[in-house]
Design a protein around this ligand. Structure first.
Ligand code: CA
Length: 73
């Protein structure tokens, strides 16, 4: 997390604005290559675990029909 120091034009007092990458990029690429980002946008699982009949994401999105069709080529 980075911090930027701003001086307000109105009050003249310094204000701390906290920014994180998540603020700047709401849906960042969180996972490493070869990993699948679960639909909870938090959990990464190996792509080899997709559609293997075993739910690995907390929301089971690695086993969803959408995931199946998006990974079948
Ligand atoms: Ca799985």
């Amino acid at each position: 997390m980075s911090r930027l120091l701003f001086f307000s034009r109105f009050s003249g007092r310094p204000m701390i604005l906290k920014l994180s990458l998540l603020d700047l990029f709401p849906d960042p690429q969180l996972c490493d290559p070869g990993e699948f980002l679960c639909h909870d946008h938090v959990t990464c699982v190996s792509q080899s675990w997709l559609c293997d009949g075993d739910p690995d994401c907390p929301d089971d999105s690695d086993e969803s029909i959408d995931t199946y069709f998006s990974t079948v080529k």
